[in-house]
Design a protein around this ligand. Structure first.
Ligand code: NAP
Length: 200
């Protein structure tokens, strides 16, 4: 927790969240604890630049809202889903920095994604906008780019044994996803018949 005379430390949790699961929530909580963050803003991506279409942004956004609703330090931003075109983190962080000029930003995402950061758009400007934290599953060894520790860190989070791919596969096979995702997300998936192989 930041002292009152310090700038707020704000996490920006970027991900596709298709769907959000308890591993993401534990990861945000663990990073908040380890890096003394005052709050975490979850930012579901808009149109992913590097992969096939995913579940509609509105469904992914609403599941993220449902999942985070009970935590007063967690909020959800629409910046990526409301911005037309491909999602680039430079645009995400520029927009959030404009909305929160008082804050120091910490961009949190999967370590696999963060490991590719040197290939991201406007990488030189990204370093000035945030500190980058990659969260990883135990035993998942990664070669990180050669970047100053002050600008990039890794944190191992055992709960990330849960993955969105596994949750989608289980729903598709009619297996339960209780306790892998928050209860409200189980109900949201069932209500909207997501991940059953038909059009989402
Ligand atoms: P991804 O390729 O779908 O995910 C890579 C791995 O990271 C998966 O194992 C994924 O597990 C995990 N992961 C993703 N987000 C996570 C999170 N917030 N916390 C914990 N694990 C997470 O990655 P993505 O979701 O498309 O992209 C992640 C973020 O990086 C987004 O904000 C995206 O906009 C940004 N990004 C930016 C650029 C760029 O600016 N050029 C390029 C790539 C990514 P799950 O599937 O279980 O989540």
């Amino acid at each position: 927790m930041a002292m009152t005379n310090q700038r707020p430390r704000v996490g920006v949790m970027g991900g596709t969240f298709d769907p959000i699961h308890n591993g993401h929530l534990v990861a945000a909580s663990e990073v908040a604890d380890a890096f003394s963050l005052d709050e975490v803003i979850f930012v579901p991506t808009g149109e992913p630049w590097h992969k096939n279409p995913v579940t509609s942004a509105e469904h992914r956004y609403l599941m993220t809202v449902v999942a985070t609703a009970a935590n007063p330090r967690f909020t959800v931003s629409r910046v990526d889903i409301d911005r037309p075109g491909t999602t680039y983190t430079i645009d995400t962080l520029t927009q959030i920095a404009r909305e929160r000029p008082d804050a120091d930003l910490f961009f949190i995402s999967g370590a696999d994604a963060i490991a590719q950061i040197l290939a991201w758009k406007d990488i030189d400007k990204l370093w000035g906008l945030a500190t980058f934290i990659g969260v990883t599953r135990p035993g998942h060894n990664l070669v990180l780019p050669d970047v100053s520790e002050a600008k990039m860190s890794l944190l191992e989070v055992p709960a990330l044994a849960i993955s969105s791919t596994n949750v989608r596969d289980r729903v598709m096979s009619a297996k339960p996803v209780w306790y892998l995702v928050p209860d409200g997300v189980v109900q949201y998936i069932a209500k909207h018949k997501l991940y059953r192989g038909s059009d989402d």
